[in-house]
Write a protein that binds this ligand. Structure first.
Ligand SMILES: Cc1ncc(COP(=O)(O)O)c(C=O)c1O
Length: 384
């Protein structure tokens, strides 16, 4: 039996390497602070838990879920889009529920025929799933360089006509993990124009869009209506529901969405019905992410000050619960990592997100206030 060559490479999911490192240190008796994974520790929005528990108690909810999403859930997503972005969506044609956005992101490459040598364009620092999916499906990934000079966004003007002709899917993650960069509306609109001109699909991953400390980050929903984008939104970060596994896939391209729905049916990807009941409450309410964000802002300020006092340079920081930073005197990510490990803090080197991450690190602050305060105190002891 010949395994898929991607699997024989035995690659470890890059973001788990440092979480494992934290566990190893803990098993050696170190009092470790693990700031590697964007998995909120604070409570889920209470209305979600209440609705989920209630739904779980009903016998009818132990049956197979609707893989496309229960009609009420899809309607709640449509209402959310109307309220927040003034976009009209037909719940039956333009929205699918997903089991968290990760699986939907991973499966998106299966929508296309790649026999013509089309490529998936990916920012050179990225959530690893875009590249993992391309590799497993045997599709060529093209890395678009990110740097401080490009404000950690792909430079659309650097690509030539023949580059664009190769593009079939273009991943844009805004606010961006790991750098926290935010694409402007003009940037997104320009990308939509390019997608229409060269007939590729913009895959917009916006799971951090509701956690912001300034103006609401633009969404692909705010650009003109187009058949050339698909949006992946998630309740994981917005409503502290990482463990529930529920998100939404949105596109005005009805043919594409129908195909995605057909593709997903045999995969068995529907979130359990009682989870969908909780998710409805999350989509119905726009206030709880704002409340969560107030807490995040305080945590961010605490850590940012501690880092800046030690000479670290923080980039962006206007959205998400990540801090992306470097130190002017240290050029290697692992050297920065070691300084933190000496204090019992594990963070993620920028290189885990791609080669352009050398010299940078990412720290999460979706932990409790106590953990943030403890982290800040330990940062104060770092010797540079
Ligand atoms: C950029 C990005 N996209 C998507 C996801 C997936 O989130 P979920 O599957 O929980 O919706 C994550 C999770 O960390 C992420 O960082």
């Amino acid at each position: 039996m010949k395994l898929n060559s991607y699997l024989t490479q035995k690659r470890e999911y890059p973001l788990f390497i440092y979480a494992r490192k934290a566990e190893e240190l803990r098993s050696q008796g170190v009092d470790v602070i693990n700031l590697t994974i964007g998995d909120p520790l604070d409570n889920t929005y209470p209305a979600v838990r209440e609705a989920t528990i209630k739904a779980l108690q009903s016998k009818s909810n132990s049956r197979y879920p609707a893989s496309k999403g229960e009609p009420e859930l899809l309607q709640a997503v449509a209402d959310w889009a109307k309220r927040n972005h003034d976009v009209s969506l037909d719940p039956k044609k333009h929205i699918l529920s997903c089991n968290g956005s990760k699986e939907a992101i991973f499966h998106a490459a299966m929508l296309f025929d790649w026999s013509d040598g089309g490529e998936i364009f990916i920012p050179s620092l990225s959530y690893p799933v875009y590249e993992n999916s391309a590799a497993l499906h045997g599709v060529t990934s093209r890395y678009l360089p990110l740097s401080e000079e490009t404000n950690f966004l792909p430079d659309l003007d650097a690509l030539t006509e023949s580059d664009w002709q190769k593009c079939r899917m273009f991943w844009i993650n805004t606010p961006h993990n790991p750098t926290t960069a935010i694409a402007s509306l003009e940037y997104l609109q320009k990308l939509v124009d390019l997608a229409e001109k060269y007939d590729f699909l913009i895959c917009a991953d916006e799971c951090y869009n509701d956690i912001h400390y300034g103006a609401t980050p633009p969404s692909i929903l705010d650009t003109k209506q187009s058949e050339n984008w698909i949006l992946f939104r998630s309740l994981s970060k917005r409503s502290h529901m990482t463990g529930y596994r529920c998100g939404a896939i949105i596109s005005h391209n009805e043919e594409l969405m129908a195909a995605f729905g057909r593709m997903r049916a045999p995969m068995g990807q529907g979130s359990p019905t009682f989870i969908q009941a909780g998710a409805i409450e999350a989509w119905k309410d726009d206030e709880h992410p704002k409340e969560f964000t107030k807490d995040y802002l305080l945590k961010k300020q605490t850590l940012q000050k501690a880092l800046e006092d030690k000479g670290f340079k923080i980039f962006g920081g206007e959205a998400s619960f990540y801090l992306w930073f470097s130190h002017p005197e240290i050029s290697e990510s692992t050297k920065i990592l070691d300084l933190f490990i000496e204090q019992g803090i594990v963070i993620t080197p920028g290189t885990a997100f791609g080669p352009d991450g050398e010299g940078y690190v990412r720290m999460v602050f979706c932990v409790t206030k106590e953990v943030c305060d403890k982290t800040a105190a330990r940062i104060g002891k770092i010797k540079i």
